[in-house]
Design a protein around this ligand. Structure first.
Ligand SMILES: Nc1ncnc2c1ncn2[C@@H]1O[C@H](COP(=O)(O)OP(=O)(O)OP(=O)(O)O)[C@@H](O)[C@H]1O
Ligand SMILES: [Mg+2]
Length: 315
């Protein structure tokens, strides 16, 4: 069976600006793939090309087995798109919006109505009454957007930053809606700036930066790739932070607010033992010491070569 999405060596320029610079991506059917990248990485550009809204300059792009340039119509029949910005009409109610989308996709009046009801029920929006969307919470709006992108029951669904701007509750609501889709066989490609979102939802993750893939794998593979466990030390007395950081060596990062120093721990237990001893000899009291795996945040920062902001340390 062919893959749901194939992107090979794709370039896209806006004037002089290179938005995509040799992007590669393969997504197997019925999986969730996250494209994770900072502002301006090229996520929306990629989604727009995949959903036939924008033409690429170079490279190969296939969705659901069809070339997006040569067979755009075939692709469009098989995809759904949730854009970065809402597509629903604020003045209309939820059901009215979905009916309108149904009519846009040439469902008959009756079919559009029943499809709207099915989707409202599925996304927990059935009892929102007739109130206009502008009275909805952020999470409800985004779920309605998601419902609208599913009107035609697409094989492949593109979600461009589905939860940006939502509070944790709204985010959790959207996550559970996305999870319920994949059980039904839909392939989902989602873009996000949230590592946690990629970790929660995606089977595989492509970290992109400056229009190309910096790393690809499962969340665990990515964590292992940057290798290296970390050691965290919280000192009791903030005035000893600098001295403690020096003991931990070159890679130490200080978070003054939390009185925390983080550093690489390549040999785990040996690092731990050495650190405990060195702190003791220097007369620095530690409130907490732990060795742990890197977080996805740390992986992301190291892969996209963006250093974490170092808190200012008063010397
Ligand atoms: N229409 C356009 N004209 C010129 N430059 C553009 C245009 N659209 C995007 N760009 C540039 O191309 C690059 C990639 O933009 P894109 O919107 O794909 O990034 P993104 O990863 O979606 O970012 P965000 O997280 O902010 O949504 C950016 O540098 C952006 O400024
Ligand atoms: Mg974007």
């Amino acid at each position: 069976m062919t893959d749901a999405i194939v992107v090979e060596g794709v370039h896209k320029r806006y004037g002089d600006k290179r938005a995509l610079d040799g992007l590669d991506l393969t997504v197997r059917r019925s999986t969730v793939h996250a494209v994770l990248g900072p502002n301006g990485a090229g996520k929306t550009t990629a989604v727009r090309i995949l959903s036939t809204l924008l033409r690429h300059d170079e490279g190969r792009v296939e969705v659901a087995g069809f070339d997006v340039r040569g067979r755009a119509g075939e692709v469009r029949r098989r995809i759904g798109l949730l854009g970065q910005y809402a597509a629903v009409d604020e003045e209309l109610g939820g059901r009215q919006n979905l009916e309108m989308f149904g009519r846009l996709y040439h469902l008959g009046v009756r079919r559009a109505g029943t499809r709207a009801d099915e989707l409202l029920a599925r996304f927990g929006l059935a009892d929102t009454g007739r109130g206009p969307v502008k009275e909805y919470s952020g999470g409800m709006r985004r779920r309605l957007d998601l419902a609208a992108s599913l009107i035609t029951d697409p094989e492949v669904l593109f979600l461009d930053e589905p939860t940006t701007g939502l509070d944790p509750r709204g985010r959790a609501e959207v996550w559970s809606a996305v999870r319920s889709l994949v059980g039904g066989g839909t392939t989902v490609l989602l873009t996000t700036q949230y590592l946690e979102e990629a970790d929660q939802l995606a089977d595989r993750i492509s970290v992109i930066d400056a229009g190309r893939v910096a790393a690809e794998g499962t969340a665990d593979e990515l964590k292992a790739m940057v290798a290296g466990d970390r050691i965290d030390v919280v000192v009791r007395d903030g005035s000893q932070l600098v001295a403690a950081a020096q003991l931990l060596g070159d890679g130490a990062v200080v978070d003054a607010d939390r009185r925390l120093i983080g550093a690489p721990a390549p040999d785990r237990m040996a690092t731990l033992t050495r650190t405990v001893r060195a702190l003791e000899e220097a007369g620095i009291e530690a409130e907490d010491i732990a060795v742990r795996r890197p977080t996805l945040d740390e992986v992301f920062l190291s892969l996209t070569d963006r250093r974490p902001e170092r808190a200012e340390v008063a010397a």
